[in-house]
Design a protein around this ligand. Structure first.
Ligand SMILES: Cc1cc2nc3c(=O)[nH]c(=O)nc-3n(C[C@H](O)[C@H](O)[C@H](O)COP(=O)(O)OP(=O)(O)OC[C@H]3O[C@@H](n4cnc5c(N)ncnc54)[C@H](O)[C@@H]3O)c2cc1C
Ligand SMILES: NC(=O)C1=CN([C@@H]2O[C@H](COP(=O)(O)OP(=O)(O)OC[C@H]3O[C@@H](n4cnc5c(N)ncnc54)[C@H](OP(=O)(O)O)[C@@H]3O)[C@@H](O)[C@H]2O)C=CC1
Ligand SMILES: O=C(O)C(=O)Cc1c[nH]c2ccccc12
Length: 414
Protein backbone atom coordinates (compact mmCIF):
# COMPACT_ATOMS: atom_id res chain seq x y z
CA UNK A 1 0.00 0.00 0.00
CA UNK A 2 2.72 2.40 0.95
CA UNK A 3 4.13 1.69 -2.50
CA UNK A 4 1.29 3.29 -4.43
CA UNK A 5 1.49 6.73 -5.96
CA UNK A 6 -1.73 8.57 -6.66
CA UNK A 7 -3.16 9.54 -10.04
CA UNK A 8 -6.76 10.36 -10.83
CA UNK A 9 -8.29 8.34 -13.62
CA UNK A 10 -11.48 6.34 -13.70
CA UNK A 11 -11.31 4.20 -16.77
CA UNK A 12 -7.82 2.81 -17.03
CA UNK A 13 -7.55 -0.82 -16.00
CA UNK A 14 -3.96 -1.95 -16.16
CA UNK A 15 -2.11 -4.62 -14.23
CA UNK A 16 0.34 -2.15 -12.75
CA UNK A 17 -2.31 0.10 -11.35
CA UNK A 18 -4.32 -0.16 -8.21
CA UNK A 19 -7.57 1.62 -7.72
CA UNK A 20 -8.28 3.36 -4.45
CA UNK A 21 -12.00 3.11 -3.71
CA UNK A 22 -13.25 5.68 -1.25
CA UNK A 23 -16.38 3.78 -0.20
CA UNK A 24 -16.87 0.01 0.11
CA UNK A 25 -15.99 -2.51 -2.58
CA UNK A 26 -18.91 -4.82 -3.25
CA UNK A 27 -18.13 -8.15 -4.93
CA UNK A 28 -21.08 -9.28 -7.07
CA UNK A 29 -23.81 -7.38 -8.94
CA UNK A 30 -26.66 -9.74 -8.14
CA UNK A 31 -29.70 -8.62 -6.13
CA UNK A 32 -27.55 -8.56 -2.96
CA UNK A 33 -24.80 -6.35 -4.39
CA UNK A 34 -27.36 -3.98 -5.89
CA UNK A 35 -29.34 -3.77 -2.64
CA UNK A 36 -26.19 -3.04 -0.64
CA UNK A 37 -25.12 -0.36 -3.09
CA UNK A 38 -28.58 1.28 -3.14
CA UNK A 39 -28.84 1.38 0.65
CA UNK A 40 -25.32 2.79 0.95
CA UNK A 41 -26.08 5.46 -1.60
CA UNK A 42 -29.28 6.34 0.28
CA UNK A 43 -27.04 6.87 3.33
CA UNK A 44 -24.68 9.09 1.33
CA UNK A 45 -21.95 6.47 0.91
CA UNK A 46 -20.52 5.75 -2.56
CA UNK A 47 -19.50 2.21 -3.45
CA UNK A 48 -17.97 0.24 -6.27
CA UNK A 49 -19.37 -3.10 -7.45
CA UNK A 50 -17.01 -5.58 -9.11
CA UNK A 51 -18.87 -8.15 -11.20
CA UNK A 52 -17.27 -11.03 -13.04
CA UNK A 53 -20.06 -11.34 -15.58
CA UNK A 54 -21.09 -8.81 -18.23
CA UNK A 55 -24.39 -7.77 -16.65
CA UNK A 56 -26.28 -7.29 -13.41
CA UNK A 57 -28.23 -10.24 -11.92
CA UNK A 58 -26.18 -12.67 -14.02
CA UNK A 59 -27.59 -15.71 -12.21
CA UNK A 60 -31.04 -14.69 -13.43
CA UNK A 61 -29.95 -13.52 -16.88
CA UNK A 62 -27.49 -16.27 -17.81
CA UNK A 63 -27.97 -19.24 -15.52
CA UNK A 64 -31.69 -19.90 -15.18
CA UNK A 65 -34.28 -21.58 -17.38
CA UNK A 66 -36.89 -19.77 -19.45
CA UNK A 67 -40.03 -20.82 -17.58
CA UNK A 68 -38.69 -19.77 -14.16
CA UNK A 69 -41.01 -17.66 -12.04
CA UNK A 70 -40.53 -16.51 -8.47
CA UNK A 71 -42.19 -19.12 -6.29
CA UNK A 72 -42.65 -16.75 -3.41
CA UNK A 73 -45.09 -13.84 -3.82
CA UNK A 74 -43.43 -10.68 -5.05
CA UNK A 75 -43.64 -8.79 -1.75
CA UNK A 76 -41.24 -11.39 -0.26
CA UNK A 77 -38.76 -10.82 -3.10
CA UNK A 78 -38.44 -7.04 -3.07
CA UNK A 79 -35.23 -5.18 -2.53
CA UNK A 80 -35.18 -2.24 -0.08
CA UNK A 81 -36.26 1.27 -1.09
CA UNK A 82 -37.92 0.40 -4.41
CA UNK A 83 -40.65 -2.19 -4.81
CA UNK A 84 -41.91 -4.10 -7.85
CA UNK A 85 -44.11 -2.24 -10.33
CA UNK A 86 -47.72 -2.61 -9.21
CA UNK A 87 -48.78 -4.17 -12.51
CA UNK A 88 -46.53 -7.21 -11.97
CA UNK A 89 -48.36 -10.45 -11.17
CA UNK A 90 -48.18 -12.09 -7.75
CA UNK A 91 -45.43 -14.44 -9.00
CA UNK A 92 -43.31 -12.43 -11.47
CA UNK A 93 -41.59 -14.21 -14.34
CA UNK A 94 -37.83 -14.33 -14.63
CA UNK A 95 -38.02 -11.61 -17.37
CA UNK A 96 -40.03 -9.37 -15.08
CA UNK A 97 -37.65 -9.97 -12.20
CA UNK A 98 -34.69 -9.04 -14.41
CA UNK A 99 -36.44 -5.90 -15.65
CA UNK A 100 -37.11 -4.96 -12.01
CA UNK A 101 -33.39 -5.42 -11.22
CA UNK A 102 -32.47 -3.29 -14.23
CA UNK A 103 -34.79 -0.45 -13.20
CA UNK A 104 -33.44 -0.77 -9.65
CA UNK A 105 -29.86 -0.29 -10.85
CA UNK A 106 -30.94 2.61 -13.05
CA UNK A 107 -32.94 4.27 -10.28
CA UNK A 108 -29.96 4.28 -7.93
CA UNK A 109 -27.45 5.03 -10.72
CA UNK A 110 -25.57 1.84 -9.94
CA UNK A 111 -22.84 1.22 -12.50
CA UNK A 112 -20.88 -1.93 -11.65
CA UNK A 113 -17.52 -2.64 -13.21
CA UNK A 114 -18.30 -5.67 -15.35
CA UNK A 115 -15.90 -8.42 -16.41
CA UNK A 116 -13.98 -7.98 -13.17
CA UNK A 117 -13.57 -11.38 -11.60
CA UNK A 118 -12.29 -11.14 -8.04
CA UNK A 119 -9.49 -13.66 -7.79
CA UNK A 120 -8.20 -12.74 -4.37
CA UNK A 121 -9.21 -10.45 -1.52
CA UNK A 122 -7.32 -10.11 1.74
CA UNK A 123 -7.06 -7.63 4.58
CA UNK A 124 -3.69 -5.93 4.73
CA UNK A 125 -3.03 -5.60 8.46
CA UNK A 126 -0.12 -3.25 7.98
CA UNK A 127 -2.17 -0.63 6.16
CA UNK A 128 -5.64 -1.45 7.53
CA UNK A 129 -7.17 -1.80 4.05
CA UNK A 130 -8.70 -4.56 1.94
CA UNK A 131 -6.77 -5.45 -1.20
CA UNK A 132 -9.02 -6.91 -3.86
CA UNK A 133 -7.39 -8.43 -6.93
CA UNK A 134 -9.19 -8.98 -10.23
CA UNK A 135 -7.62 -10.25 -13.45
CA UNK A 136 -6.97 -6.61 -14.46
CA UNK A 137 -6.33 -4.57 -11.43
CA UNK A 138 -6.03 -4.26 -7.67
CA UNK A 139 -8.74 -2.35 -5.80
CA UNK A 140 -8.22 -0.99 -2.31
CA UNK A 141 -10.78 0.01 0.27
CA UNK A 142 -11.50 0.17 3.96
CA UNK A 143 -14.59 -2.04 3.48
CA UNK A 144 -15.34 -5.24 1.61
CA UNK A 145 -18.90 -6.46 1.04
CA UNK A 146 -19.11 -10.07 -0.09
CA UNK A 147 -22.17 -10.48 -2.34
CA UNK A 148 -21.22 -13.39 -4.59
CA UNK A 149 -24.17 -15.52 -3.50
CA UNK A 150 -25.01 -19.03 -2.40
CA UNK A 151 -25.42 -20.09 -6.02
CA UNK A 152 -22.03 -19.02 -7.37
CA UNK A 153 -20.95 -22.43 -8.70
CA UNK A 154 -22.88 -25.50 -9.80
CA UNK A 155 -22.43 -28.64 -7.71
CA UNK A 156 -21.20 -31.36 -10.06
CA UNK A 157 -21.22 -34.66 -8.17
CA UNK A 158 -18.70 -37.38 -8.89
CA UNK A 159 -20.94 -40.16 -10.10
CA UNK A 160 -18.98 -43.18 -11.37
CA UNK A 161 -18.88 -43.27 -15.16
CA UNK A 162 -20.36 -39.79 -15.64
CA UNK A 163 -17.54 -38.70 -17.97
CA UNK A 164 -18.24 -41.65 -20.27
CA UNK A 165 -21.82 -40.63 -21.10
CA UNK A 166 -22.26 -40.22 -24.84
CA UNK A 167 -23.21 -36.51 -24.76
CA UNK A 168 -22.14 -33.74 -22.37
CA UNK A 169 -24.04 -33.80 -19.09
CA UNK A 170 -25.86 -30.52 -18.40
CA UNK A 171 -26.32 -28.76 -15.05
CA UNK A 172 -29.67 -26.98 -14.51
CA UNK A 173 -27.78 -23.66 -14.52
CA UNK A 174 -27.26 -24.25 -18.27
CA UNK A 175 -30.75 -25.63 -18.98
CA UNK A 176 -33.00 -23.21 -20.88
CA UNK A 177 -36.02 -25.19 -22.04
CA UNK A 178 -37.33 -28.64 -22.85
CA UNK A 179 -37.38 -27.64 -26.52
CA UNK A 180 -33.93 -29.18 -26.99
CA UNK A 181 -35.09 -32.42 -25.36
CA UNK A 182 -38.31 -33.05 -27.32
CA UNK A 183 -39.32 -36.74 -27.13
CA UNK A 184 -36.07 -37.62 -25.36
CA UNK A 185 -35.66 -39.89 -22.38
CA UNK A 186 -33.94 -37.64 -19.83
CA UNK A 187 -32.37 -38.53 -16.49
CA UNK A 188 -32.78 -35.64 -14.04
CA UNK A 189 -30.52 -36.11 -11.03
CA UNK A 190 -31.82 -34.23 -7.97
CA UNK A 191 -35.29 -33.34 -6.72
CA UNK A 192 -35.02 -29.82 -5.25
CA UNK A 193 -37.00 -26.97 -6.79
CA UNK A 194 -34.75 -27.03 -9.90
CA UNK A 195 -35.13 -30.78 -10.49
CA UNK A 196 -38.90 -30.61 -10.06
CA UNK A 197 -39.34 -27.59 -12.33
CA UNK A 198 -37.02 -28.91 -15.04
CA UNK A 199 -38.91 -32.22 -14.88
CA UNK A 200 -42.16 -30.34 -15.36
CA UNK A 201 -40.76 -28.28 -18.23
CA UNK A 202 -39.54 -31.45 -19.96
CA UNK A 203 -43.07 -32.88 -19.76
CA UNK A 204 -44.38 -29.81 -21.60
CA UNK A 205 -42.10 -30.79 -24.52
CA UNK A 206 -43.13 -34.44 -24.52
CA UNK A 207 -39.83 -35.58 -23.11
CA UNK A 208 -39.81 -38.49 -20.66
CA UNK A 209 -38.04 -37.40 -17.48
CA UNK A 210 -36.82 -39.84 -14.85
CA UNK A 211 -36.00 -37.98 -11.66
CA UNK A 212 -33.50 -39.37 -9.18
CA UNK A 213 -34.63 -39.00 -5.57
CA UNK A 214 -31.81 -40.42 -3.49
CA UNK A 215 -33.04 -39.09 -0.17
CA UNK A 216 -36.06 -37.64 1.58
CA UNK A 217 -37.76 -34.44 0.39
CA UNK A 218 -40.50 -32.10 1.58
CA UNK A 219 -42.94 -31.10 -1.13
CA UNK A 220 -45.40 -28.37 -0.16
CA UNK A 221 -48.07 -26.76 -2.32
CA UNK A 222 -47.04 -23.27 -3.49
CA UNK A 223 -50.36 -22.02 -2.11
CA UNK A 224 -52.87 -23.14 0.47
CA UNK A 225 -56.37 -22.10 -0.55
CA UNK A 226 -55.16 -19.01 -2.39
CA UNK A 227 -52.57 -17.93 0.19
CA UNK A 228 -48.87 -18.60 -0.43
CA UNK A 229 -47.53 -21.38 1.78
CA UNK A 230 -44.47 -19.25 2.48
CA UNK A 231 -46.72 -16.39 3.61
CA UNK A 232 -48.78 -18.74 5.80
CA UNK A 233 -45.58 -20.03 7.42
CA UNK A 234 -44.21 -16.51 8.01
CA UNK A 235 -47.46 -15.34 9.62
CA UNK A 236 -47.85 -18.39 11.84
CA UNK A 237 -44.23 -18.19 12.99
CA UNK A 238 -45.00 -14.82 14.58
CA UNK A 239 -47.38 -16.53 17.01
CA UNK A 240 -46.62 -20.22 17.17
CA UNK A 241 -43.55 -22.38 17.85
CA UNK A 242 -41.71 -23.67 14.78
CA UNK A 243 -42.59 -27.32 15.34
CA UNK A 244 -46.29 -26.52 15.50
CA UNK A 245 -46.08 -24.45 12.31
CA UNK A 246 -44.33 -27.36 10.58
CA UNK A 247 -47.05 -29.75 11.80
CA UNK A 248 -49.70 -27.44 10.38
CA UNK A 249 -47.88 -27.12 7.03
CA UNK A 250 -47.59 -30.89 6.75
CA UNK A 251 -51.23 -31.44 7.67
CA UNK A 252 -52.34 -28.98 5.00
CA UNK A 253 -49.87 -30.37 2.45
CA UNK A 254 -51.17 -33.89 2.99
CA UNK A 255 -54.69 -32.61 2.54
CA UNK A 256 -53.90 -30.68 -0.66
CA UNK A 257 -51.26 -32.90 -2.28
CA UNK A 258 -52.08 -36.30 -0.78
CA UNK A 259 -49.46 -38.71 0.53
CA UNK A 260 -46.21 -37.96 -1.30
CA UNK A 261 -44.45 -41.00 0.25
CA UNK A 262 -46.51 -43.24 -2.02
CA UNK A 263 -44.96 -41.48 -5.04
CA UNK A 264 -41.41 -42.22 -3.91
CA UNK A 265 -41.02 -38.82 -2.29
CA UNK A 266 -40.46 -39.78 1.33
CA UNK A 267 -40.68 -36.92 3.81
CA UNK A 268 -37.79 -36.17 6.20
CA UNK A 269 -38.53 -36.71 9.92
CA UNK A 270 -37.74 -33.04 10.59
CA UNK A 271 -40.42 -30.58 9.47
CA UNK A 272 -39.89 -28.34 6.39
CA UNK A 273 -39.11 -25.01 8.05
CA UNK A 274 -37.01 -26.56 10.83
CA UNK A 275 -35.04 -28.48 8.17
CA UNK A 276 -34.54 -25.28 6.17
CA UNK A 277 -33.26 -23.50 9.28
CA UNK A 278 -30.98 -26.32 10.40
CA UNK A 279 -29.57 -27.61 7.11
CA UNK A 280 -30.44 -24.91 4.56
CA UNK A 281 -32.36 -27.46 2.47
CA UNK A 282 -35.23 -25.61 0.78
CA UNK A 283 -38.56 -27.44 0.62
CA UNK A 284 -39.99 -27.91 -2.84
CA UNK A 285 -42.87 -25.56 -3.54
CA UNK A 286 -44.89 -27.48 -6.06
CA UNK A 287 -45.98 -25.71 -9.23
CA UNK A 288 -47.23 -28.80 -11.07
CA UNK A 289 -44.48 -31.42 -11.04
CA UNK A 290 -46.27 -33.50 -8.45
CA UNK A 291 -49.29 -34.12 -10.65
CA UNK A 292 -46.93 -35.19 -13.46
CA UNK A 293 -45.33 -37.63 -11.03
CA UNK A 294 -48.73 -38.90 -9.99
CA UNK A 295 -49.78 -39.42 -13.61
CA UNK A 296 -46.52 -41.25 -14.31
CA UNK A 297 -45.17 -38.66 -16.77
CA UNK A 298 -42.27 -37.89 -14.47
CA UNK A 299 -40.88 -41.19 -13.22
CA UNK A 300 -39.18 -41.34 -9.85
CA UNK A 301 -35.99 -43.38 -9.52
CA UNK A 302 -33.91 -44.18 -6.45
CA UNK A 303 -30.19 -43.41 -6.30
CA UNK A 304 -27.91 -43.83 -9.31
CA UNK A 305 -25.05 -46.30 -8.92
CA UNK A 306 -23.25 -45.64 -12.14
CA UNK A 307 -23.57 -43.81 -15.44
CA UNK A 308 -22.86 -45.87 -18.53
CA UNK A 309 -22.20 -44.70 -22.10
CA UNK A 310 -25.88 -44.99 -22.97
CA UNK A 311 -27.68 -44.60 -19.68
CA UNK A 312 -27.58 -45.39 -15.98
CA UNK A 313 -27.51 -48.26 -13.50
CA UNK A 314 -29.62 -47.66 -10.41
CA UNK A 315 -29.01 -48.91 -6.88
CA UNK A 316 -31.97 -51.29 -7.13
CA UNK A 317 -30.10 -53.09 -9.93
CA UNK A 318 -32.19 -51.70 -12.81
CA UNK A 319 -30.39 -50.41 -15.92
CA UNK A 320 -31.94 -47.91 -18.33
CA UNK A 321 -30.96 -46.05 -21.48
CA UNK A 322 -31.14 -42.24 -21.62
CA UNK A 323 -30.67 -39.64 -24.35
CA UNK A 324 -29.58 -36.88 -21.94
CA UNK A 325 -28.65 -36.30 -18.32
CA UNK A 326 -29.43 -33.12 -16.40
CA UNK A 327 -27.82 -32.45 -13.04
CA UNK A 328 -30.25 -30.68 -10.72
CA UNK A 329 -27.76 -31.09 -7.93
CA UNK A 330 -27.70 -27.54 -6.60
CA UNK A 331 -25.10 -24.86 -6.05
CA UNK A 332 -22.31 -23.75 -3.77
CA UNK A 333 -20.63 -20.53 -2.71
CA UNK A 334 -17.21 -19.68 -4.24
CA UNK A 335 -16.00 -17.44 -1.41
CA UNK A 336 -13.24 -19.81 -0.16
CA UNK A 337 -11.57 -19.67 -3.59
CA UNK A 338 -10.90 -15.93 -3.39
CA UNK A 339 -11.36 -14.56 0.15
CA UNK A 340 -8.16 -15.25 2.03
CA UNK A 341 -6.97 -14.99 5.63
CA UNK A 342 -10.41 -14.28 7.01
CA UNK A 343 -12.38 -16.69 9.19
CA UNK A 344 -15.65 -14.82 8.82
CA UNK A 345 -16.69 -17.53 6.32
CA UNK A 346 -16.69 -21.32 6.81
CA UNK A 347 -14.87 -23.64 4.41
CA UNK A 348 -18.25 -24.08 2.68
CA UNK A 349 -18.20 -20.36 1.92
CA UNK A 350 -21.02 -19.30 4.21
CA UNK A 351 -20.81 -16.82 7.11
CA UNK A 352 -19.87 -18.64 10.33
CA UNK A 353 -22.56 -16.78 12.26
CA UNK A 354 -26.06 -17.66 11.13
CA UNK A 355 -28.95 -15.33 10.35
CA UNK A 356 -29.72 -12.71 11.61
CA UNK A 357 -26.21 -11.98 12.95
CA UNK A 358 -23.91 -13.01 10.09
CA UNK A 359 -23.74 -9.71 8.24
CA UNK A 360 -20.64 -8.21 9.84
CA UNK A 361 -17.15 -9.60 10.30
CA UNK A 362 -13.91 -8.08 11.53
CA UNK A 363 -11.82 -5.37 9.87
CA UNK A 364 -14.63 -3.99 7.71
CA UNK A 365 -15.80 -7.17 5.97
CA UNK A 366 -19.53 -7.77 5.46
CA UNK A 367 -21.68 -10.51 3.95
CA UNK A 368 -24.98 -10.25 2.15
CA UNK A 369 -27.01 -12.94 0.38
CA UNK A 370 -25.86 -15.98 2.37
CA UNK A 371 -28.76 -16.30 4.80
CA UNK A 372 -30.62 -19.17 3.13
CA UNK A 373 -33.58 -16.83 3.05
CA UNK A 374 -33.49 -15.58 -0.52
CA UNK A 375 -34.17 -11.93 -1.27
CA UNK A 376 -35.88 -11.45 2.07
CA UNK A 377 -32.58 -12.15 3.85
CA UNK A 378 -30.75 -9.90 1.39
CA UNK A 379 -33.09 -6.98 2.07
CA UNK A 380 -32.63 -7.14 5.84
CA UNK A 381 -28.81 -7.35 5.63
CA UNK A 382 -28.56 -4.51 3.08
CA UNK A 383 -30.18 -2.08 5.51
CA UNK A 384 -27.97 -3.15 8.45
CA UNK A 385 -24.74 -3.03 6.45
CA UNK A 386 -25.49 0.40 5.00
CA UNK A 387 -26.33 1.88 8.40
CA UNK A 388 -23.18 0.42 9.93
CA UNK A 389 -20.84 1.68 7.20
CA UNK A 390 -22.60 5.05 7.02
CA UNK A 391 -21.88 5.63 10.69
CA UNK A 392 -18.15 4.95 10.13
CA UNK A 393 -18.27 7.00 6.94
CA UNK A 394 -19.57 10.06 8.73
CA UNK A 395 -16.75 9.95 11.25
CA UNK A 396 -14.09 9.94 8.54
CA UNK A 397 -15.86 12.30 6.16
CA UNK A 398 -13.56 15.16 6.95
CA UNK A 399 -10.71 13.18 5.48
CA UNK A 400 -12.80 12.31 2.43
CA UNK A 401 -13.54 15.96 1.80
CA UNK A 402 -10.04 16.33 0.47
CA UNK A 403 -10.91 14.06 -2.44
CA UNK A 404 -13.30 14.95 -5.25
CA UNK A 405 -13.73 11.40 -6.55
CA UNK A 406 -14.51 8.11 -4.85
CA UNK A 407 -12.37 6.11 -7.25
CA UNK A 408 -8.74 7.09 -7.67
CA UNK A 409 -6.18 5.30 -9.78
CA UNK A 410 -2.85 4.62 -8.13
CA UNK A 411 0.33 3.51 -9.86
CA UNK A 412 2.12 0.61 -8.15
CA UNK A 413 5.87 0.94 -7.86
CA UNK A 414 7.63 -2.09 -9.32
C1 LIG B 1 -33.25 -21.02 -9.99
C2 LIG B 1 -33.30 -20.13 -8.77
C3 LIG B 1 -34.49 -19.50 -8.40
C4 LIG B 1 -34.56 -18.72 -7.27
N1 LIG B 1 -35.75 -18.14 -6.92
C5 LIG B 1 -35.84 -17.36 -5.82
C6 LIG B 1 -37.07 -16.72 -5.45
O1 LIG B 1 -38.10 -16.89 -6.09
N2 LIG B 1 -37.08 -15.92 -4.38
C7 LIG B 1 -35.95 -15.71 -3.63
O2 LIG B 1 -36.01 -14.96 -2.68
N3 LIG B 1 -34.79 -16.30 -3.95
C8 LIG B 1 -34.71 -17.13 -5.01
N4 LIG B 1 -33.52 -17.74 -5.33
C9 LIG B 1 -32.34 -17.55 -4.47
C10 LIG B 1 -31.34 -16.60 -5.13
O3 LIG B 1 -30.14 -16.95 -4.56
C11 LIG B 1 -31.68 -15.14 -4.95
O4 LIG B 1 -32.84 -14.84 -5.57
C12 LIG B 1 -30.68 -14.13 -5.50
O5 LIG B 1 -30.32 -14.33 -6.84
C13 LIG B 1 -29.48 -14.06 -4.67
O6 LIG B 1 -28.82 -12.88 -5.00
P1 LIG B 1 -27.28 -12.65 -4.73
O7 LIG B 1 -26.97 -11.31 -5.27
O8 LIG B 1 -27.00 -12.94 -3.31
O9 LIG B 1 -26.55 -13.77 -5.57
P2 LIG B 1 -26.48 -13.93 -7.16
O10 LIG B 1 -27.76 -13.58 -7.78
O11 LIG B 1 -25.92 -15.28 -7.40
O12 LIG B 1 -25.39 -12.81 -7.59
C14 LIG B 1 -24.03 -12.93 -7.26
C15 LIG B 1 -23.19 -12.23 -8.32
O13 LIG B 1 -21.83 -12.31 -7.97
C16 LIG B 1 -21.05 -12.53 -9.13
N5 LIG B 1 -19.79 -13.16 -8.73
C17 LIG B 1 -19.59 -14.41 -8.24
N6 LIG B 1 -18.29 -14.61 -7.98
C18 LIG B 1 -17.64 -13.48 -8.30
C19 LIG B 1 -16.27 -13.08 -8.25
N7 LIG B 1 -15.33 -13.90 -7.78
N8 LIG B 1 -15.95 -11.84 -8.68
C20 LIG B 1 -16.89 -10.98 -9.14
N9 LIG B 1 -18.22 -11.31 -9.20
C21 LIG B 1 -18.58 -12.55 -8.78
C22 LIG B 1 -21.92 -13.44 -9.98
O14 LIG B 1 -21.54 -13.36 -11.35
C23 LIG B 1 -23.30 -12.88 -9.71
O15 LIG B 1 -23.68 -11.90 -10.66
C24 LIG B 1 -33.41 -18.53 -6.47
C25 LIG B 1 -32.21 -19.16 -6.85
C26 LIG B 1 -32.15 -19.96 -7.97
C27 LIG B 1 -30.87 -20.64 -8.34
N1 LIG C 1 -38.98 -20.95 -8.83
C1 LIG C 1 -38.07 -20.75 -7.93
O1 LIG C 1 -38.13 -19.80 -7.22
C2 LIG C 1 -36.93 -21.70 -7.82
C3 LIG C 1 -36.06 -21.60 -6.76
N2 LIG C 1 -34.95 -22.39 -6.68
C4 LIG C 1 -34.06 -22.23 -5.54
O2 LIG C 1 -32.71 -22.34 -5.94
C5 LIG C 1 -31.94 -22.97 -4.92
C6 LIG C 1 -31.22 -24.17 -5.51
O3 LIG C 1 -32.18 -25.18 -5.83
P1 LIG C 1 -31.76 -26.53 -6.54
O4 LIG C 1 -30.97 -26.19 -7.73
O5 LIG C 1 -32.96 -27.36 -6.67
O6 LIG C 1 -30.72 -27.19 -5.51
P2 LIG C 1 -30.99 -27.91 -4.09
O7 LIG C 1 -29.70 -27.84 -3.38
O8 LIG C 1 -32.19 -27.39 -3.43
O9 LIG C 1 -31.28 -29.41 -4.48
C7 LIG C 1 -30.28 -30.26 -4.97
C8 LIG C 1 -30.85 -31.65 -5.16
O10 LIG C 1 -29.85 -32.47 -5.76
C9 LIG C 1 -29.73 -33.66 -5.00
N3 LIG C 1 -28.38 -34.18 -5.17
C10 LIG C 1 -27.20 -33.55 -4.94
N4 LIG C 1 -26.18 -34.38 -5.24
C11 LIG C 1 -26.73 -35.55 -5.68
C12 LIG C 1 -26.20 -36.78 -6.13
N5 LIG C 1 -24.88 -37.01 -6.18
N6 LIG C 1 -27.05 -37.76 -6.49
C13 LIG C 1 -28.37 -37.57 -6.43
N7 LIG C 1 -28.95 -36.41 -6.02
C14 LIG C 1 -28.12 -35.42 -5.64
C15 LIG C 1 -30.07 -33.26 -3.60
O11 LIG C 1 -30.40 -34.40 -2.85
P3 LIG C 1 -30.11 -34.51 -1.27
O12 LIG C 1 -31.19 -33.73 -0.63
O13 LIG C 1 -30.17 -35.95 -1.03
O14 LIG C 1 -28.75 -33.92 -1.04
C16 LIG C 1 -31.26 -32.33 -3.87
O15 LIG C 1 -32.41 -33.08 -4.13
C17 LIG C 1 -32.94 -23.37 -3.83
O16 LIG C 1 -32.89 -22.43 -2.82
C18 LIG C 1 -34.26 -23.34 -4.54
O17 LIG C 1 -35.36 -23.08 -3.71
C19 LIG C 1 -34.69 -23.31 -7.64
C20 LIG C 1 -35.53 -23.46 -8.71
C21 LIG C 1 -36.73 -22.69 -8.86
O1 LIG D 1 -36.42 -19.96 -3.37
C1 LIG D 1 -35.45 -19.93 -2.66
O2 LIG D 1 -34.41 -20.47 -2.90
C2 LIG D 1 -35.45 -19.17 -1.45
O3 LIG D 1 -34.40 -19.02 -0.90
C3 LIG D 1 -36.71 -18.67 -0.91
C4 LIG D 1 -36.97 -19.24 0.40
C5 LIG D 1 -36.43 -18.79 1.56
N1 LIG D 1 -36.93 -19.55 2.58
C6 LIG D 1 -37.76 -20.47 2.10
C7 LIG D 1 -38.49 -21.44 2.76
C8 LIG D 1 -39.29 -22.24 1.98
C9 LIG D 1 -39.34 -22.08 0.61
C10 LIG D 1 -38.58 -21.10 -0.03
C11 LIG D 1 -37.80 -20.30 0.73
Amino acid sequence: MGSCSCREDHDLLQPNFCVWVHGPIIVGAGPSGLAASACLSENGVPSLILEKSDCIASLWQHRTYDRLKLHLPKHFCELPLLGFPTNFPKYPTKRQFISYMESYALHFSIKPRFNQSVEKAAFDHSSGFWRVQTQDCEYISKWLIVATGENAEPVIPEIPGIDNFKVPVLHTSMYKSGFEFKNQKVLVIGCGNSGMEVGLDLCRYNAIPHMVVRNTVHVLPREMFGVSTFGVAMSLLKWLPLKLVDKFLLLMSNFILGNTDELGLRRPKTGPIELKNVTGKTPVLDVGALSQIRSGKIKVAEGVKEITRNGAKFIDGQEMEFDSIILATGYRSNVPTWLKGCDFFTKEGLPRTPFPHGWKGENGVYSIGFTGRGILGTASYAVKIAEDIAEQWRTIQDLNNNCNSHVILLRKHE
